[in-house]
Write a protein that binds this ligand. Structure first.
Ligand code: ADP
Ligand code: MG
Length: 361
């Protein structure tokens, strides 16, 4: 059982215009053996560069990459016990499906029989048993992606790197392939490092997610950590819909500076754990629209007026305007209360733990 450890990795590119881009900016973290690890972030944040660094397709400016205690960053790409699946399937068009899957195996010292058995096993794993004799052009996009997976898994890598492998598929096919990939990872026990810019894909697939921003992971945690307990404005904003509220800190201190008391317009004072510094006497809070309630329960943290109301069938989407001009998105689940109508004055309730203090930028 070997964990993949990335420590102090840096990579700077010099563009043709001679500007320096810190694609990977002093990154250190560990991916556990057998983990489905997702690297999530907007385009250009360095996901592909880090993946290529792990694969050995990109030379690093600094840092080390280890599998267990073994350094692999000095090894040639083919000597690393990792394999990569790209968004473009990169299949050989003139070879059959079986020949494509066998390709990497024939480079190794294996008998024809062993290769044939392994190819059959891999095609069964990705549920393409009947397709061995076909050419890639005779397969759908989703099936071609499975061939690419079978080929990458055939050599029994310890780590499989996947760079936005589903981005070219339409939504319905992508959903199917997401659960297929989860199943493949569980049955093989191989560590998957899966890159995506799609937050729903990350939440539904990852054991843990690293949210990247400008060349480094800004937060690493389980999907619940990332969604329920974002530590920065960037992470809260990138994943799902959320509200931000600037609140004056009315009291800090007792006991021993561990608490933070904030008061919002028309609300009762709310006591929060002091998890972030508040140098200028204010703190930015974030709260998800579905965690705000318009009926009593938890703390009443503000009052305001409904400025917009949209019926969505599954919920009502309200916008509530506070006295200080701040607007909050609120999702009200059914059954809908007749008192929720445009211009009504409403109290906003939430569990204190749904109000998350964010570190100042
Ligand atoms: P992502 O995969 O998250 O979209 P990349 O790793 O591809 O991001 O890119 C990170 C940054 O490095 C971007 O600003 C990109 O423009 C830059 N970059 C990547 N590859 C090169 C290269 N070969 N030459 C110059 N800049 C590059
Ligand atoms: Mg990329």
């Amino acid at each position: 059982a070997r964990a993949l450890t990335i420590s102090g990795v840096r990579k700077t590119f010099v563009t043709p215009e001679k500007t320096h881009v810190n694609a990977i900016d002093d990154v250190s973290f560990t991916i556990e053996q057998g983990e489905f690890f997702v690297m999530l972030g907007p385009s250009g944040c360095g996901k592909t560069t880090l993946l290529r660094g792990i694969a050995g397709l990109e030379t690093l400016d600094a840092g080390e990459i280890r599998l267990g205690d073994t350094r692999i960053d000095q090894l040639a790409p083919h000597a690393r016990p990792v394999n990569t699946v790209f968004q473009s399937y990169a299949l050989f068009p003139h070879l059959t499906i079986a020949e494509n899957v066998a390709f990497g195996l024939e480079m190794e010292r294996r008998s024809k029989q062993q290769v044939r058995a392994r190819v059959a096993e891999m095609l069964e794993l990705v549920q393409l048993q009947g397709m061995a004799g076909r050419k890639p052009a005779q397969l759908s996009g989703g099936q071609q992606q499975r061939v690419a997976l079978a080929r990458a898994l055939a050599k029994e890598p310890e780590v499989l790197l996947l760079d936005e492998p589903l981005a070219a598929l339409d939504l319905k096919l992508r959903r199917g392939m997401q659960s297929e990939l989860k199943r493949l990872q569980r049955t093989t026990g191989i560590t998957f490092v899966f890159v995506t810019h799609d937050q729903e894909e990350a939440l539904s697939m990852g054991d843990r997610i690293a949210v990247f921003n400008q060349g480094r992971p800004e937060q690493i945690g389980t999907p619940e950590d990332i969604y329920e307990r974002p530590t920065s404005r960037f992470v809260a904003d990138f994943i799902g819909e959320t509200n931000f509220l600037d609140a004056p800190v009315t009291r800090t201190g007792a006991p021993a500076g561990e608490e933070l008391v904030v008061t919002l317009p028309g609300g009762d004072p709310v006591v929060l754990p002091k998890t972030v510094p508040t140098p200028d006497g204010t703190v930015t809070l974030t709260i998800r629209p579905e965690r705000i309630r318009l009926s009593p329960g938890g703390e009443r943290f503000a009052t305001g007026r409904i400025s917009k109301l949209v019926y969505m069938g599954t919920d009502l989407r309200c916008t509530v305007r506070l006295e200080n001009g701040a607007e909050l998105a609120v999702r009200v689940p059914p059954p809908f209360d007749a008192g929720i109508r445009p211009d009504a004055e409403v109290s906003l309730y939430a569990e204190a733990e749904a109000l998350r203090p964010l570190a100042p930028e």
